[in-house]
Design a protein around this ligand. Structure first.
Ligand code: FAD
Length: 291
């Protein structure tokens, strides 16, 4: 099922993100975790491509398994930075052959080595190049793109960021998923600005439940997200007590999601990080709200 159909439904729903294993030996345990999450029947599951510590090797296998054996619609991520056209086209063919209908078109992060290399030689320099590739191939993919309520770290201004985002959407993004954020007002402000810029596709807010004290530093380093004092106090108070931090982190994420639903958002994407217990706890907290 295409996400464009799911996202225009009138009911509230949650989707979950998983990432592929870092090593071959971890494959079975990651597969098991993704299956446990699939059993929760989310509106869809996304499978990252080389992000969150996983490799890109198993993205397709995991997405295929979830879709075929659990009937959960999947969104397979794909990055293009520094890849050749031939490699990307092979990946796209493989996705099409596997029956994948939804693809998240991403540039990928620039490592210091990539930053130092001659970018003029690259076949793909921005995610928009991949969006165009996906939209011009023989498969009729529903294509997603990333967006940044607190601006992408490489952008000089939010105005520039939104200008490029608009171009990416016009190239063929059917929906956008946001970077994590811990203050919903940042999202509402961003939504106002992008709607004003003429971006009308569905926006899926991405919520990251922080369930251990160490995770917050890593998450902020990766995303550059602002951490409100209310959440800092929670981490200061409970960060060194694993069970308490997990409970508080799940409660904070639940609170963010309830506020989003109350303010007109229909689908929230949870960065569930291969943790079925966390995904389940959030879903249980929302059982009557989700209906
Ligand atoms: P782009 O849309 O290309 O934007 C990157 C920067 O370039 C921005 O500053 C933008 O304003 C600017 N820009 C865009 N177009 C132009 C242009 N034409 N000219 C000049 N500047 C331009 N990474 C992974 O490796 N694997 C994943 O699975 C993954 N999943 C993600 C999912 C989500 C929801 C998000 C938010 C991020 C994800 N990432 C993933 C990280 C992502 O790859 C990085 O954030 C990366 O730095 C930017 O990717 P992008 O697709 O947003 O790039």
């Amino acid at each position: 099922m295409k996400l464009s159909e799911i996202l225009t439904q009138d009911k509230l729903s949650l989707s979950f993100e998983v990432f592929p294993p870092k090593t071959d030996t971890a494959f079975e345990s990651v597969k098991h975790a993704t299956e446990e999450i699939a059993k929760l029947c989310p509106s869809f599951m996304s499978v990252t491509y080389g992000a969150g510590g996983g490799t890109s090797k198993y993205t397709l296998d995991i997405a295929k398994n979830i879709k075929a054996n659990y009937g959960v619609p999947t969104l397979a991520h794909l990055t293009c930075v520094s890849s050749t056209k031939q490699t990307v086209r092979e990946k796209i063919e493989a996705m099409r052959d596997a029956g994948i209908e939804n693809v998240m078109a991403l540039r990928g992060d620039l490592t210091p080595e990539l930053m130092a290399s001659d970018r003029s030689q690259w076949d793909y320099r921005h995610a928009i190049d991949l969006v165009l590739e996906l939209k011009s191939c023989r498969a009729d993919f529903c294509v997603g793109g990333a967006c940044y309520p607190e601006i992408h770290p490489e952008s000089a201004t939010q105005k520039d960021d939104i200008k490029y985002l608009k171009e990416k959407v016009d190239a063929g993004c059917d929906f956008l998923t946001t970077q994590m954020f811990f203050d919903n007002n940042l999202l509402y402000n961003f939504l106002y600005k992008i709607r004003e810029a003429g971006i009308t596709v569905p926006i899926i807010p991405g919520i990251m439940p922080i369930t251990n004290g160490n995770q917050i530093d890593r998450a902020i380093k990766l995303s550059g997200s602002f951490v409100p004092q209310r959440f800092k106090s929670i981490v200061d108070k409970f960060g060194s007590s694993p069970d308490a931090m997990k409970q508080a982190g799940i409660a904070y994420a639940t609170d963010q999601i309830i506020d989003l639903f109350a303010n007109g958002i229909k689908n929230v994407h949870v960065y569930s990080m291969n943790k079925p217990d966390v995904a389940q706890a959030i879903q249980n907290n929302l059982s009557d709200i989700l209906g």
